[in-house]
Structure formats: C-alpha cells, structure tokens
Design a protein around this ligand. Sequence first.
Ligand code: YXS
Length: 259
Amino acid sequence: MSLIITETQDAIGTIVMNHIAKRNALSEALINEITVTLDAFREQGIRAVVLRAPTGAKVWSAGHDISELPNRGRDPLSWNDPLRVLIRAIQEYPAPIIALIEGGVWGGGCEVAMACDILVATPEATFAITPAKLGVPYNLGGVLTLMNMIPLPVAKEMLFTAQPIPTTQAQNLGIINHIKAPEDIETFVYDLAAHIVANSPLSVSVMKEELRLLSSARAITPELFERIQGLRRIVYDSHDYEEGLSAFREKRKPRFEGR
Ligand code: YXS
C-alpha cells in the first residue's frame, strides 16, 4: 500500500504524506516514494509542488523514523541517511515546493518543512525540533538550515528545550510565510502555486538554485569540520543516545546521565 497520495493538475503537483498510523514518520519507504514522485514531477515539467499531510491531520510529520535510527556507534544523520536525501531532493527540485502544514511538525519534519520554499500553516500547527529529547546529535546541514531560518537565541531555545512553538511565533520569526484557517488554506496554497506556474519556469528555477547555493555557502575549515564531527561522535557513541532510543521504543521518559 502506498504511503503517499499524488496528484498533478495544470503544472502543479501534490504529494500527500499519508502514513497516518506512524504519524508520517519519515521512514526510508515514505521518503523513497516522495523522491521517486519528485523525479517523475521533474520529468513532467511540474512547476510547483505542494507537500502536505491529509486534510485535518493532527501531525504533519513525526520526523525521522526513530525505529530506523542506527544503534550507537554510527552517525545517525550522515550524508546518505534517507532524511538527508529527502532534504536535498526538496532543495534541489527545479521549482518551488510549498509546504501546506496542518498539525504538529516534529524533529526532522521541521527540517523537511523548512527545506520547502514557501510554508503556509494553520493556526493549530506547531513546530518542535527534538534531537535533545532523544539524545541525537544534530548534523551540520540541519544546524545550518536552522541558522539560516531562525535567529540564534530562538534556534538555541528550540534545540535545547525540544518544545513546540506555535504557528504565530513561527510566523513572527519568518519561518512560515502565511497562517490560514483550515477552511481557507487549500484554496490559498493552490492560488499561490497558480501564480508561480504562470511565471517563467526557467527564471524561477534559476533563482531557487541561486538562493540555495548562496545560503549554503559557508567557509568551513577541515579542522572545524573534524572538530564538529568529533563532538557529534561523543553523542552518538554515548549511553544517552542509546537511552533516548530505548525510552521511545519502551514509551517511557528517558533518564539521561550525561555519559
Ligand atoms: O505504537 P505504535 O506502533 O502504534 O506507533 C506509534 C509511534 O511509535 C509511532 N511514531 C513513530 N515511529 C517512528 N518514528 C517516529 N518519529 C514516530 N512518531 C510516532 O506512531 C504511532 C502513533 O504514535 P503516538 O501514539 O505517539 O501518536 P500521538 O498522536 O499520541 O503522538 C504523536 C506525536 C508525534 C506527538 C508522538 O508520536 C511523538 O512525540 N513522536 C516522536 C516525535 C519526535 O520526537 N520526533 C523526532 C524523531 S528524531 C528526528 O526527527 C531527528 C533524528 S532529530 O531528532 O535530529 O530531529
């Protein structure tokens, strides 16, 4: 059974993440279906994509599929991790992707939403970045996405507390473009997409890629990279990393010991 629903109309493509039983946890299977669809949309010349959960969803995405995170001793968010593959597929798709957000957005789900080009959310949506809750070491790309989107003090609060922020705060911070009532959000998003597809696809796709390249341009020395990787290894080699995953599996609060 497919984990997504897809549709195309007038050069606008829609991808509905539809693995409700697992709250759209970003499993390798779900991610593969999304990336295969984006490849097909690219072939069809789709000029705007809407990424969403089903209408009325209480959870847009529960983030990385925790059951697929590796045991301790292996980087859980390396280059080929499916979540990183999806983030790059969204950022490199040659046309705007609009996140239509209803419900809670958790962990890596926030990064997927923030990788989209335009975000439109209902008032009830929330955004929580949760590696600290699980004992996971966030990766460089994820931290850079946050630094590009959110003022440092707010990024620190979201990362250190792992608590959700409401749509109003997300909009005040410029994380999301618009807040629309559930009964209006679909019409609004597809009107926005219609404006995009009426413009020059070459001009739009080149500007999207220019913005991606410039926003990811960061001078980073090998020493800096290796120091950060060394710090992250302390986390994913730790007892606390294993404790965070076990606590989620056993549906209990984690007992972190700082080792
Ligand atoms: O018990 P069953 O088999 O029915 O499955 C439950 C949950 O285990 C499952 N599920 C997940 N499975 C894998 N990965 C997940 N992220 C995940 N989230 C949920 O879905 C079934 C229903 O979950 P349940 O009963 O908790 O639903 P709920 O409606 O009461 O609560 C929805 C949530 C999203 C508030 C709750 O499921 C939750 O807090 N999920 C974890 C959210 C989270 O911490 N995500 C971060 C994942 S780690 C990640 O994204 C990155 C590595 S990082 O940390 O770096 O950002």
